[in-house]
Design a protein around this ligand. Structure first.
Ligand SMILES: Nc1ncnc2c1ncn2[C@@H]1O[C@H](COP(=O)(O)OP(=O)(O)OP(=O)(O)O)[C@@H](O)[C@H]1O
Ligand SMILES: Nc1ncnc2c1ncn2[C@@H]1O[C@H](COP(=O)(O)OP(=O)(O)OP(=O)(O)O)[C@@H](O)[C@H]1O
Ligand SMILES: [Mg+2]
Ligand SMILES: [Mg+2]
Lengths: 238, 238
């Protein structure tokens, strides 16, 4: 089983949107996949509510919810209420679950909250590799170097985990003139640490989430669907 | 002294951008203002580094940094490193500071991290009023109702604090056809809880932040500057 966590302490950069579409993309490609929602806010859990459509969903797997063909979900730990903060995470129990499902899954995709708190830190220590979504904006590099430094430290603290798979530019708006300049900058600064794929800004992605669907069902020919399909391929072959 | 906190558990909705421009806006309007950066990530602290330009900045105020005319800063508590997580917050000491500066300031503006953790919760309990920035997107209402429920609970737990001043649509992109529909929806659902002001999407805001400046200096005639000027007026008279 290969595992990948979406992590960035910056808020609203597309961690959840990417986690959902990687998980569904791997599943559609025929890989048995689990999506772990480690964010008490539960955005990923909500956004896949209607993903099943007409699929048969009754294959038990260690208490994970079977949500569509080839795809299981570990739902969000919180009821999402901010008054449920301080819900303590049992990392050992989580590692245990990962160990139990490892031989029955091909892929594990993990969504984290922003600010790398306990839940985010747990996500980083149970995943072999990390993808860091980043907005193609001026401000992106500042928080990014901090984030990459933290991941290097994590990779030392948790041998075999938290290795950087790559940085993923998200919400890329080609109507904004500075965007190409920023992508160039990212390539110069990151070299091979920058993934080949880029996720273009596409309101179909937002719309799909509001229907509890992935864009692969909701708008399969949209920019969002095409970009995430590319990313799935890139990570399959990585 | 009037106090306002920017809070929303959702990431990347414009809390920091709004906090900076409210603080600078009040200062430019002649009000003595403090900006408290309660986010260990320190985005606000970084984004005002060059705000001083040529202003005289030497008026001591209880250990706050005098950053430009009429504007003081309580810098971020973290060095921003995610490895500094678990830095414990001393809420009593923070309340103490607020009490000491109250008679020498007209406005206090507080920036919070996403996910209403300890630092966010502290922000909510030291501010009389809360502004909740929200992206004008399909998904916005879901997290918002949760957020407003948490704030109602906070207002009960901390009498005289955490009263909702209003919800502020941010990053409003008039090129997106569904935007007007979403704003209409917000107005229907929220009524008077929705502020009159709306912050349009404007890359000048991102650019200004990358120079450590506010848009009022960097691009004073931009959409971003005009929108935030409107918001400052609305809150001054509220
Ligand atoms: N490529 C895209 N084009 C347009 N909108 C997008 C795109 N990717 C994500 N979004 C939208 O931007 C918002 C933020 O995305 P998302 O929730 O995935 O970010 P996040 O990093 O998980 O946020 P948080 O830090 O709060 O967990 C959502 O409303 C989402 O639907
Ligand atoms: N009106 C706007 N137009 C264009 N870009 C904007 C606008 N408001 C904010 N941004 C940009 O969007 C990104 C997120 O904004 P910001 O950092 O203020 O959100 P936040 O809610 O404080 O995020 P976090 O949850 O990580 O603290 C930043 O790069 C910022 O420069
Ligand atoms: Mg998320
Ligand atoms: Mg912020």
């Amino acid at each position: 089983m290969r595992s990948i966590v979406l992590a960035n302490q910056k808020g609203g950069v597309g961690k959840t949107t990417t986690a959902i579409h990687l998980a569904h993309g791997f599943a559609l490609a025929g890989h048995r996949t689990a999506l772990f929602d480690l964010d008490p806010q539960g955005n990923a859990t909500v956004a896949v509510q209607s993903i099943a459509a007409d699929a048969v969903v009754d294959e038990a797997l260690e208490g994970l919810t079977h949500i569509t063909t080839n795809l299981w979900l570990l739902p969000s730990p919180g009821d999402g209420s901010t008054l449920a903060r301080g819900a303590t995470i049992d990392v050992e129990r989580l590692k245990d679950l990962v160990a139990r499902v490892a031989d029955r899954l091909d892929w594990l995709v993990i969504d984290c909250p922003p600010r790398l708190d306990d839940w985010g830190w747990a996500g980083v220590q149970i995943a072999e590799r990390v993808v860091v979504p980043v907005q193609a904006e001026f401000f992106a590099m500042h928080g990014l170097s901090q984030m990459l430094a933290s991941l290097s430290a994590a990779a030392v603290e948790f041998p075999g985990k938290a290795a950087l798979r790559g940085v993923l530019p998200t919400m890329v708006d080609l109507r904004e003139p500075v965007t190409m300049e920023i992508l160039d900058d990212l390539r110069k600064n990151l070299g091979d640490q920058l993934l080949r794929s880029v996720i273009l800004r596409d309101s179909c992605l937002v719309e799909a989430a509001s229907f509890g669907q992935s864009v692969f069902h909701h708008s399969p020919h949209s920019k969002g669907a095409l970009c995430y399909a590319e990313l799935v391929k890139e990570l399959e072959h990585g």
